[in-house]
Write a protein that binds this ligand. Sequence first.
Ligand code: ATP
Length: 231
Amino acid sequence: MLEIKQLKKTYGAKTVVNIDQLTISDGETIGLVGNNGAGKTTLFRMLLDLIRPDSGEILSKEQNVANNDHWKDYTASYLDEGFLIDYLTPEEYFIFIGSLHNLSVAHVADYLKQYEEFFNGEILNSRKYIRDFSKGNQNKIGIAAALMQKPELLVLDEPFANLDPTTQIRLKSLIRSLKTTEKLTTLISSHDLNHVTDVCDRIILLEKGLIIKDFYTDENTLKELEAYFSE
Ligand SMILES: Nc1ncnc2c1ncn2[C@@H]1O[C@H](COP(=O)(O)OP(=O)(O)OP(=O)(O)O)[C@@H](O)[C@H]1O
């Protein structure tokens, strides 16, 4: 699905992403971990062509994301509330996103039914603008909207942050079920080592833009990561 080659991004004198080679296969659920400033969001932003690398490339289905738009047909993402439209209600936003994917209002309403539990009664029919929702509820809106296009690749930046424990657990079930039913490839950055090792089958550890570890999760992964981060 993805191939990263000699990717570098610098800000001033500081190299914030420096990845020589990385391949991500179809259907993998990848957890990107690393302390503040490790380069996780910068990597995601380059993957979504929101910023350009200084050198190197990111190939999605063998095509450079910086040179063509094909990846947009099958890639969904929610990085932060900048992806939302503040002055719309959630319903208006979902209908707008649906229209981008040629979905009718009725289709969108039908799609949203499956998120009833995930929304926990707090999102729909609330007569509030998106800007007036809590950060956690904004996350839920962004994630549900991202999934509307039935993506093959999903990119989520710290999706567990600001979610209540019940929704964190529901989000993990959602990610697992999309992996099984849709063979979705997912990239998640997270500071929550527990959740990320629980839901991901592969962990990539970034430090100062470099990949320090890249391994498949097993029953020892959480302990190994905790040991690494407590050094
Ligand atoms: N536009 C920018 N201008 C200058 N420096 C930047 C810019 N964007 C990011 N950086 C720097 O790049 C480094 C990596 O930032 P990034 O946000 O990718 O880290 P992160 O791993 O996502 O961190 P966090 O866990 O805190 O979200 C940081 O040192 C940050 O200050």
